[in-house]
Design a binder for this molecule. Structure first.
Ligand code: ZN
Length: 286
């Protein structure tokens, strides 16, 4: 069974307010907490100047140059049995200290180490106020599904004619793409996350034995890269496997079991390299 933190919705909402690179790292940290069933409440991320002024006045903060003002810090509290543990000593206990250690490993500075601000995690990035929208790194969506649930999802997506790039229980790029194709074609919000609405839609479609994608065997010809090595490197950069054709010297991206996934790969190649490779349908035995 999947496990969801007590304040999951609030956590996601607060994470959403962070500056882009800080958000990407903070989501990585939150995913780690989730995977290890470490229950936390992220109770504050971005802070207004007025609020900070109040904090300085009351002594809760020492400076007007808070990393919260620029979206580069979050405050969290350990949760046990649904209740927050506000004591400084609680942060020293496992698994919460493990969460702090992981945060440090991925680049956060911990207020717990300062000795006076245990909830505080700060992402310095390139200094105060440097994390702006111009330097966006995309955040990985939070996955609350167990490996078994991801496996079932991948099997269902395949039945609907979509390619998840393997049925392996890992919610990776291929599965995210397949979910996005499904969402686009069924007019749901396109976020690549298999939430309740998306899962319900999948159940409905399976019941009606509908196809969302076009099943078959497809490859994207990337021979336009000149050499097999260049094509292979390009395909890998986009998250696909390249392989050499049997009869000629051209290179294809990995075999796709859905036309839509092949189209997605072609679109990525087009966006990244300005090329428009052909999609070819073939059968494995030929
Ligand atoms: Zn803080």
């Amino acid at each position: 069974m999947s496990w969801t933190p007590t304040y999951h919705k609030r956590n996601l909402g607060n994470l959403d307010d962070l500056a882009p690179n800080t958000k990407a790292q903070a989501m990585k940290w939150y995913q780690y907490c989730l995977d290890n069933k470490i229950d936390v409440l992220i109770y504050e991320t971005i802070r207004t100047v007025a609020k900070q002024r109040e904090n300085v006045k009351s002594g809760a903060s020492e400076t007007m140059k808070s990393y919260h003002l620029v979206g580069q810090a979050l405050d969290f509290v350990p949760i046990k049995d649904g209740k927050p543990l506000w004591g400084k000593a609680d942060y020293a206990k496992r698994p919460f200290l493990t969460a702090i250690e992981y945060a440090e490993k991925i680049g956060f500075e911990s207020g717990y180490r300062w000795g006076w601000d245990a909830p505080h995690l700060q992402y310095n990035y390139k200094g105060y106020g440097t994390d702006k929208a111009l330097t966006v790194a995309a955040a990985t969506p939070i996955n609350v599904m167990s490996k078994e649930e991801v496996l079932a999802l991948q099997q269902n997506l395949s039945k609907l004619g979509l390619d998840t790039n393997g049925i392996d229980g890992i919610y990776g790029k291929g599965t995210t793409n397949a979910v996005m194709i499904l969402q686009r074609r069924t007019e749901l919000v396109i976020d690549g996350i298999a939430g309740k609405t998306t899962l319900d839609k999948i159940d409905q479609l399976l019941e009606k034995k509908s196809l969302v994608g076009t099943p078959g065997t497809f490859r994207v010809v990337t021979g336009t890269f000149g050499t097999p090595e260049a094509a292979e490197a390009a395909a890998k950069e986009l998250g696909f496997n390249a392989r050499k054709g049997a009869k000629d010297n051209r290179v294809y991206t990995g075999v796709f079991t859905s036309l839509e996934s092949a189209e997605e790969a072609r679109a990525l190649i087009n966006a990244k390299f300005g090329l428009n490779p052909k999609i070819k349908s073939y059968n494995e035995s030929a």
